[in-house]
Structures are given as structure tokens and as C-alpha cells.
Design a protein around this ligand. Sequence first.
Ligand SMILES: *Cc1c(COP(=O)(O)O)cnc(C)c1O
Length: 447
Amino acid sequence: MRHLRGPAPLPGVGRLLNEAGYRRLRERYPYALVADAIRDQLAHERSAGAVGDAERVEEVGARLAAWTGPRLRRVVNATGVVLHTNLGRAPLSRAAAAAAADVAAGYSNLELDLETGRRGDRSSLVAPLLTRLTGAEAALVVNNNAAAVLLMLSALARGREVVVSRGEQVEIGGSFRMPDVMRLSGARMVEVGTTNRTRTADYEAAAGDRTAALLRVHTSNFRITGFTESAPLAELAQLAHRLGVLLLDDVGSGALEELFDEPTVAEAVLHADVVTFSGDKLPGGPQAGIAVGRAAPIGRMAKHPLARAVRVDKMTLAALEVTLRERLLGSASPVSRMLTSPPDELRRRAGYLMVRLQERGIECERVEGASAVGGGSLPGHEVPTVLLALPGPASRLAAALRRGEPPVLARIEGGRCCVDLRTVLRGEDDLLQDAIEAACAACATVS
Ligand SMILES: *Cc1c(COP(=O)(O)O)cnc(C)c1O
């Protein structure tokens, strides 16, 4: 059966393992892995036809390289989207990244109070920074904002009703849909108002004995414009107080400081009982879900069994602590530096890159454009930028850049492959230049 297709029988795995070419592979890879790669290759040959000895060694080596090669890698973000979820959102400051690496490589006081020697609480490490930054009484950190919202609803509204505006039934990034999260938490959603207009009176009319909370969700990845109305948070707070229910606010991107027109977390904390947001959006930190607010509801969230299931790990906490301390001390995060770098500076950087590429015979053009905040933050808010448009077939160039070393993510605009230096980090300009040269050369030889 095995050899029906080819005249020459395939060699055995054991014999191949002892041949010179495979012995060399065994110096670099574990024996069992080399054997697996040989088996895989022979299985392939059984259906596709046998190959020569030299080609077989090469194929086995290629399999091993593919299996063990790096998968999650640094890339250069030249898309101009600052908080790009597919590219890992916020780049950390050097100090925040170093703190995560340091804590990861050793032991830490993650759940130990060094003063008393007693068991501590991991969230309390960063809670003082969060309460100082936002004016809240208490704070809790979990895995991400989706988890924070799920925990908030589970701990505070399970088996009861939560009133939410129809204009705020948001879906974020495909799998986070407020109605689904609500169902999962065991809270019952009561929708009020219409897509474009919801008034405080609508919430009031819907609230009853079973109501646990009013929920506001920041419509962070789209914007309804035109004939719109939403209830001011201060009014909702008064209503919630009068009804004796909680006011919950998922602000999403979580501006800790004044940035464009985004409402700050501190403003939300003035009115809402619990405010949730992501650590890796506007705060410029690691992936985390942050809940701040009054001590009683935050305490109930911390004690809920789900809190353990969605808890944050030590590397995240280490990076978050440094990130929050930097915000408190007033130093700008990489995210806010990118969002606020002036077009003139970008024009200068683009001009410099353009001249250096020109010296290599690559004629680019500077064009005006717009960068986006991204990450479901500040929809419709575009930041003026200067793009460098590369010569050549746009989608082939973009693919060559993406497959390059390091991978570069560009964007196609006006039918041209463009790089937006706003999101290219300091120190990456030279890498970008080399990558562009390589991509242009690759596209030139193919055509
Ligand atoms: C981004 C966002 C979420 C989800 O946050 P993750 O940190 O990605 O889990 C939830 N709600 C709002 C309003 C958001 O903008």
C-alpha cells in the first residue's frame, strides 16, 4: 500500500537520523523534534512523491526552522493608527517594559505586605496611584476592560436589571457586545431611548424595583452625529441617587489627562459609582481592565469569585505601576507623545527619510494625511500628519514590507503605499529606511 505511488521505497526515520545532514540538525534541535520533522516530511512525500536526499534534508531543516521560529514579534507600525489593537495597542515606556521584565525574572511582593509580612492583595499595589490620578475612593485591576465590565455587572447586578441606552449597545472588536456581556453576567438589560436620542426621563421611566443600576457605555468606536441627544452623566447620577441604584460608566479608552475632547476618568468618577476603562488605550500602559469608584461597589467586585478568574498578572502590574507613576509625575507616555507630535516634526522626519531614500534611487513623495487614534478611542478624531508615499505597486509593496525583517505595517492611501511616521517609534527610522529599500528592491526584481 505504502509504495503504490513511487517506485523507490521511502527511507526509515531511524536510518535518516544517523545520516550526516540530519546529525547536523540534531546539534541544533532536540532528537525527538528532528525525528518528528523527518516523519512529517516522509508523510508529505508519501502523498506528494519522493524527493532527492539533499532536498529532503533541506525540507526537514525548513520544517524545524518554521516550528521553532519566533511567532510574536516586534513590528514597525507605520499605519498611523496609534492604538492599533491588531498591533498590540500601546507601546510601553522603556521603564514600564523594564519593570515587567525585572519582576518576571524573579520573585516579587505580588501578594505580600513587606511591612507586616502578612498576605497582601495584588490590586492594592497600584490602587493608591489610581485613586490619586482619578479622585476615586477605590480601585481594582483585572485582565482587561471586557473582564472589568463583566465583573462589574456580575458582582453588582446579577439577577437584576440594568438600564442602558439603545444608542450605546456597542460592539467592540468583534466579540465584545454589550448585550452578550450583560447576558453572561446574569443581569437583565433594559434598553431605553432610541439609537440617536436618549433622555434622562427615558431611564427614569424604565427603572423599577428590580433595577440595580443605570449603565452608560462610551460609544468609543463610532460616533452618531446629527440629531442626537444623550443624558448628561450628572443628571443620570442625580437620578440614580434618587432611585437608590448604582450608576456604572464604561468609558473605554480612559483618558487620565485632558486629551482632545475625550472626557477624563476623573470627570466620570465625580458622578458614577464605578468607572471602567482599558489600561492599554489612552493610559498608555499594558493590557488591563481598571475599575475605579466608590469603595463599597469596588469591594464587592474584588470579593466576587470571578475576580480571581480574571485577575491580572505580575508583569502587567509591574508595567502598569510604572505607567501610572509616570502619569502622576506628568511625564508623557509614548502614546501621548505620538498623538501630540506636531505635523512639522513629522514633515521633517519624512523629509529626512525621503532624502536618504532618494540617495538610493527611491523617489518618494511627501503628502498630507491624517493619523487615527484607534483602539476604539476618539472615533472621528483625526490628527493631521505627513505621509511618505512610496513608488511602485501599492499592495505588493505593502506585502513586501509586512513580510520583511523587521515586518513593517504600512497603509494604502490614494492607491499608493504610504508610511505614517507618527506611529514609528523613536529609533526606528533607520530600520524603516532599510525595510523600505528591501521592499522596493524585492518589488523591482519581481516585476
Ligand atoms: C475597548 C473597550 C472595551 C473593551 O476593552 P478591552 O480592554 O479591549 O477588553 C469595552 N468597552 C469600551 C467602551 C471600550 O472602548
